[in-house]
Design a protein around this ligand. Structure first.
Ligand SMILES: Nc1nc2c(ncn2[C@@H]2O[C@H](COP(=O)(O)OP(=O)(O)OP(=O)(O)O)[C@@H](O)[C@H]2O)c(=O)[nH]1
Ligand SMILES: [Mg+2]
Length: 385
């Protein structure tokens, strides 16, 4: 802001501001994610209550489709975008409506980030962000990535994944939840905390046991007769390494039980961001800044900058079949002729992949067996003493 007191947010060159400043210490952004109905909104409300005195949280609701929220939000996406109107105008279903509403909100990203930054200056130490129920909408949409990365390149940012322990008592649902968690962890590349929610109804120790002891999970799976059991079994082997680094904490968003330990885990995650993630995001910020500066310079010659081609149809454009029309298409939907040689090669590849996977499973089972043998030997030695 270069010393000039700006009275309105519209007076500031927000695009430049977002990237020019380094990563600040506050507020810490806590992005709350989780499957539909897992308790994200209730969790957010409880977290606000518990953090109020010490961290004076700034609260953001990014769910355009919710009727009402049980907390006072400083920023509410519903004030920016009318979700029902978006569905009507663009003739979309509920999920398309949420994606489009989020996309529209993302066009205001510099403003959003500036408001969060100002909140930090006013003494809000945390910024808690509630997200839409449809987790894939946030996790896999462009706007979800823009929001997450935009925040993480400006403030310490962590993800809290809310998991419903009652629904996860079924091993296959537990596995789906873990796959989601795993995909979010690798997609966001941010410190990650799993809040095992609804422990007022069901104790969460079984989930923690399933994560640490592969055999207990296998036993639980044996009891459930489902056609996806085999898949779940092999997936649980694959997720073993993921569990090793996972921080979990049992809470009840409804009664507030478990929020003490949860808050200290959040602080651990913030320390993790500072130590391991900040340098990565700092690098990303500088890279983006350099790209932005290059983009803002006018091209010397139109030829050097390339020639514009149409990128695809707008909803309102009439269909066109002229030779000049070039439409970008995902490679998977472009029909391709596969000749015999390619088919043989692809068969060989998939066989090799299957063998690799089988040997991976076998190695894992062997390692488990060695671990069990070692435990037994230790037990026998202790008994003989
Ligand atoms: N017993 C119990 N119920 C809970 C708890 N947390 C949430 N709920 C209930 O779970 C239901 C869903 O809670 P929400 O907070 O709306 O869940 P959400 O993840 O925000 O839902 P969407 O935004 O629609 O995906 C509500 O009926 C809550 O009252 C909890 O800790 N214990
Ligand atoms: Mg909600």
């Amino acid at each position: 802001m270069s010393g000039k007191a700006a009275s309105s947010i519209d007076d500031i060159n927000l695009d430049a501001l977002v990237l020019e400043e380094g990563i600040r210490d506050a507020p810490v952004c806590i992005i709350v994610l989780g499957m539909a109905g897992s308790g994200k909104t209730t969790f957010t409300r409880s977290l606000i209550e518990h953090a109020q005195a010490k961290f004076n949280p700034y609260v953001v609701n990014l769910d355009p489709a919710c009727r009402e929220v049980p907390y006072a939000a400083h920023i509410d996406i519903r004030d920016t975008v009318n979700y029902k109107e978006v569905m009507k105008q663009y003739q979309l279903g509920p999920n398309g409506g949420i994606v489009t509403a989020l996309n529209m909100f993302t066009t205001k990203m510099p403003k959003f980030v500036e408001l969060v930054r100002r909140a930090g200056e006013r003494g809000h130490k945390w910024c808690i962000i509630d997200t839409p129920g449809q987790i894939e909408v946030f996790n896999w949409s462009a706007s979800g990535s823009i929001i997450t990365e935009g925040l993480a390149t400006m403030f310490p940012t962590i993800v809290v994944y809310v998991m419903d322990v009652v629904r996860s008592a079924c091993p296959t649902t537990f596995m789906s939840n873990m796959l989601y968690a795993c995909s979010i962890l690798y997609k966001t590349r941010l410190p990650f905390l799993v809040a095992l929610n609804k422990i007022d109804i069901k104790d969460c120790s079984f989930v923690q046991e399933w994560m640490t002891d592969f055999e207990v999970f296998q036993d639980a799976l044996e009891e459930e007769h489902s056609y996806v059991n085999n898949l779940t079994r092999t997936m649980s082997l694959t997720l073993d390494t993921f569990y090793e680094h996972l921080i979990t904490c049992g809470v009840s968003a409804k009664t507030g039980v478990g929020y003490g330990p949860l808050m200290s885990r959040i602080l651990d995650c913030v320390a993790e961001y500072e130590q391991d993630y900040k340098p990565v995001y700092e690098k990303m910020r500088l890279q983006r800044l350099a790209e932005q500066q290059v983009k803002s310079q006018p091209a010397a010659h139109i030829d050097a900058a390339g020639t514009a081609v149409p990128m695809g149809l707008d909803l309102n454009d009439p269909p066109s079949n002229t030779d000049n029309s070039i439409f970008l298409m995902a490679p998977t939907i472009v029909p391709q002729q596969m000749d015999a040689d390619e088919e043989i090669e692809s068969d060989a590849k998939s066989k090799a992949e299957e063998q690799n996977f089988q040997s991976f499973v076998q190695d894992h089972l062997n390692a488990q067996q060695i671990k069990r043998d070692r435990l037994e030997r230790n037990q026998q030695q202790q008994e003989s003493k």
